[in-house]
Design a protein around this ligand. Structure first.
Ligand SMILES: Cc1cc2nc3c(=O)[nH]c(=O)nc-3n(C[C@H](O)[C@H](O)[C@H](O)COP(=O)(O)OP(=O)(O)OC[C@H]3O[C@@H](n4cnc5c(N)ncnc54)[C@H](O)[C@@H]3O)c2cc1C
Length: 448
């Protein structure tokens, strides 16, 4: 692919914008202990959130990561904090949904209520741990990609309000400029109860809190094997062995050969982001007048927002499902961004990066136990709130001797229906192209 170098600012960096404020590091890193009560693999939001709850209840906890702390998805995300919207796809009677039994309906509503609890949980953590991470409850706008999608949003907004009172309302196309300086969408849905934060500052705040309560943190410590059973595990790492009563695997999109069963039930996909140089104040205001996060309704979706300070744009999406060089995804995302905002042609890119998220075939996040090992996984691209919350729920389950109050503990993590799939998603480019084709076809049919 020929890349137009004029798209890039002279100070361009192929790494997360967020790292300018808080780069994943090894602060607080210590030697691996010979034993611990609870051993946590993965130092992202879910691992740290689990650790924090356990340590606050007096348990001895050790968290390790192959990389620097938070160097997985948790310091790379778009920072959108939302609840219920993805899970709401499953609401009984929603567009394209088969009729569901009362029991299924109750389960879905329980999952949705908890996803709202997840959103509120982020606010509670930020306040309780005094985390300075630009957490703002400014809501979300979801653009309708086709007129049919807009029609579907009317029912969805009703359902979301009925079940989790998110303050959802639809906005017709001729009014959408009150939310986004673009005519790209066929109207959309405003959700008041949603927010955004600075992902790596949020992570840093959690890490600081973990250190304050005496959790042992070991960076650059890859776990290679977990032997034993509940109550008596031996965790073998690149830096030695550690005995543990309980183990939590919190590796989400970075799940590897360590847990082959878990790996074969999720599909890791790449998500990519760019940020722009500073814009004139009036232009930035015109783009997103109310400072909401923006997402949209097609299969291959984009998510975007203003950065803290409200003068620069962050634009994220699935330019490709598989990993591609940062310059390549930057050029593709810039084109997608200017399709939505033609007024940004000529605006230069300052940062471009990517990270991995874990998709599941039921589009739901999961927590559970496999061979005695606890896990939470499957953020499906939306895990700032959910993975933080599920980490907490896994911790609660351990503290309650295996009993969980969470509806997420009651659903099985489904298999990926691809013969012999073991975690290598060779089919992603094909699926990506097919979804892109379907999205384009639907949009053309919708008159765009
Ligand atoms: C580009 C991008 C944009 C996103 N945007 C949003 C958004 O706007 N809103 C939203 O809600 N969500 C978003 N997400 C998703 C969100 O970032 C994730 O759901 C969340 O950070 C997952 O947290 P986690 O702790 O479960 O996993 P991670 O933060 O990915 O942490 C997993 C860790 O496990 C470690 N690990 C793996 N294997 C081992 C091993 N064998 N030994 C030791 N350590 C190991 C990895 O090194 C990694 O650090 C985005 C993700 C990406 C990548």
């Amino acid at each position: 692919m020929n890349i137009d170098r004029s798209l890039f600012h002279p100070d361009y960096k192929p790494e997360p914008f967020w790292w300018e404020a808080a780069r994943p590091g090894t602060q607080y890193s210590t030697d691996l202990p010979a034993e611990t009560e609870i051993f946590i693999v993965g130092s992202g939001y879910s691992g740290l959130s689990a650790a924090l709850e356990l340590a606050r209840e007096g348990r001895k906890v050790t968290v390790v990561d192959t990389l620097a702390f938070g160097e997985g998805a948790s310091s790379r995300s778009g920072g959108g904090v939302s609840a219920g919207v993805n899970i709401g796809k499953g609401i009984a009677g929603g567009p394209g949904q088969a009729k569901q039994s009362d029991e299924q309906k109750k389960l879905i509503e329980g999952l949705m209520s908890e996803s709202m609890a997840a959103f509120e949980f982020v606010g509670t953590l930020v306040e309780r741990e005094n985390i300075d991470c630009h957490f703002e409850r400014r809501g979300r706008f979801v653009g309708a990609y086709t007129p049919d999608h807009f029609e579907g949003m009317k029912k969805k907004a009703e359902d979301l309000n009925r079940v989790i009172q998110v303050g959802a309302r639809v906005l017709p196309r001729d009014e959408q400029r009150s939310e986004i300086g673009s005519d790209f969408y066929h109207g959309g849905m405003v959700i008041e109860r949603a927010g955004k934060l600075h992902p790596s500052l949020f992570h840093k705040g959690l890490l600081d809190a973990c250190n304050r309560v005496g959790i042992l943190l070991c960076a650059h410590t890859k776990v290679n094997q977990i032997d034993g059973a509940l109550g008596n595990f031996t965790v073998k790492t690149a830096k030695g062995d550690c005995r543990a009563e309980q183990v939590i695997v919190a590796t989400n999109g970075y799940t590897g050969a360590l847990t082959p069963k878990l790996r074969s039930r999720i599909v890791p996909i790449s998500s990519q982001i760019i940020t722009t140089e500073e814009l004139p104040e009036d232009l930035a205001h015109e783009l997103i007048p109310n400072g909401r996060t923006i997402s949209e309704s097609p299969r291959i979706t984009s998510y975007y927002r203003l950065l803290p300070g409200d003068r620069r744009v962050m634009y994220g999406g699935r330019a490709r499902f598989e990993s591609v060089p940062a310059d390549v995804s930057a050029a593709l995302l810039h084109r997608m961004m200017t399709d939505r905002w033609p007024q940004l042609k000529g605006v230069r890119i300052t940062h471009s990066w990517s990270g991995f998220v874990a998709m599941t075939t039921d589009a739901l996040p999961h927590m559970g136990q496999e061979d005695g090992i606890h896990y939470c996984t499957g953020c499906n691209g939306s895990g700032v709130a959910m993975m933080t919350y599920l980490g907490h729920q896994v911790a609660r389950r351990i503290l309650q001797d295996g009993r969980s109050d969470s509806a997420y503990a009651g659903i099985d993590l489904p298999k990926v229906p691809v013969p012999f799939y073991s975690g290598n998603p060779w089919f992603l480019p094909i699926v990506g192209n097919y979804y892109r084709y379907l999205d384009r076809k639907e949009r053309r049919r919708g008159g765009a």
